[in-house]
Design a protein around this ligand. Structure first.
Ligand code: IPM
Ligand code: MN
Length: 351
């Protein structure tokens, strides 16, 4: 298969982890005779430095022309403590999601057999966890009306959803559940929020089209609790943008390191793959960050192109590296810590 992939490394550790995913993907391409071409483009603080824009049109053009986008991370500390900054790296990510129409964010949480005891949660609570949070990504409070009034002394952000936005996300949730455990949990705050009541009403009306799927409705605060108590009771969860942002960070610690969880963002056409961790500026340039979340994001990309065996090879080699202790310092626990690039080299060699 011939694939043209846009490579948006971004900021902080982004370029280092992206390099490893490219190495592993190239090794897969060589093994299976695929033709991968990579087109780099700037985003985040790196793009602001270059042209004053975190998601320039030139980068958008590269993404639109590509079959998929592989994304590293964005964010830079020099913007974090400056509330007056007009242009921020994160705006690039939001603009990209919106312009590419990436309305569904697929964030899986699963455990690795050799890392079960590295989780902050007890083994018996997390064993067998294999859930997907499907987060709505281009609506809600992230994109609602916002502003200041009262001479700047009152600020507001509004959460708006249309039935159409909820339906297209929920449809993906039902379809995903059909390929897995056939359980769908709609996470909302319907006891308080009108937008949540529309979510619930919309999903309830869709239940009849998917009779095999068992649907539950849970409030987000209760889910925040159950997610760390009984993560293995969930299969597919659907939720709005902000709830999904918070719950997926919470879920990411279950596996033992935030450096492990991949994600995909999909829309009608575009698809983007990225680790769920951030730009980890303290580690930038040190060759110490865990590249596995990005490598596993590349596996999700192969899977979505129907290259199931290729994806499985990547997951297998990642499991092998974990079992053999070829790990970065976040997982080494006093034993030898491998560099980011060494882990990437080892994975590529063992494909
Ligand atoms: C994420 C991030 C982004 C979000 C930030 C960087 C804008 O936290 O992808 O989860 O809030 O969506
Ligand atoms: Mn987040």
């Amino acid at each position: 298969m011939k694939l043209n992939i846009a490579l948006l490394a971004g900021d902080g550790i982004g370029p280092e982890v992206i390099d490893q995913a490219v190495k592993v993907s190239d090794a897969i391409a060589k093994k299976y005779g695929h033709d991968l071409s990579w087109t780099p483009a700037l985003t985040g603080a790196a793009a602001i430095d270059d042209c004053g824009e975190p998601y320039p049109d030139s980068t958008h053009d590269v993404c639109v022309a590509a079959d998929a986008v592989l994304f590293g991370a964005i964010g830079h500390p020099r913007f974090d403590n400056d509330p007056s900054a007009k242009v921020r790296p994160e705006q690039g990510l939001l603009k990209m999601r919106q312009k590419l129409g990436l309305f569904a964010n697929v964030r899986p949480t699963f455990t690795f057999p050799s890392l079960i005891d590295k989780s902050p949660l007890k083994r018996e609570r997390i064993e067998g966890t294999d859930l997907i949070i499907l987060r709505e990504l281009t609506g809600g409070i992230y994109f609602g009306e916002r502003g200041r009034k009262d001479n700047g002394n009152t600020a507001f952000d509004t959460c708006t959803y249309t039935r159409a936005e909820i339906t297209r996300l929920a449809k993906k949730g039902f379809e995903l559940a059909m390929t897995r455990g056939k359980k769908l949990c709609c996470v909302d705050k319907a006891n308080v929020l009108e937008s949540s009541r529309l979510w619930r009403e919309t999903v309830q009306a869709m239940e009849k089209d998917y009779p095999e799927v068992t649907v539950s409705y849970e409030f987000v605060d209760a889910v925040a609790m159950r997610l760390v108590q009984w993560p293995n009771s969930y299969d597919v969860m659907i939720t709005e943008n902000l709830f999904g942002d918070i719950l997926t960070d919470e879920a990411s610690v279950i596996s033992g390191s935030m450096g492990l969880m991949p994600s995909a963002s999909v829309g009608e056409k575009a698809r983007l793959y990225e680790p769920i961790h951030g730009s980890y500026p303290q580690a930038a340039g040190k060759d110490i960050a865990n590249p596995l979340a990005t490598v596993l994001s590349a596996a999700m990309m192969f899977e979505d192109f129907g290259l199931t065996q290729e994806a499985q090879d990547i997951r297998d080699v990642v499991n092998k590296s974990l079992a053999e202790g070829i790990v970065t310092e976040d997982l080494s626990e006093g034993a030898k810590a491998y560099k980011t690039s060494e882990v990437g080299d080892w994975l590529a060699k063992n494909i």
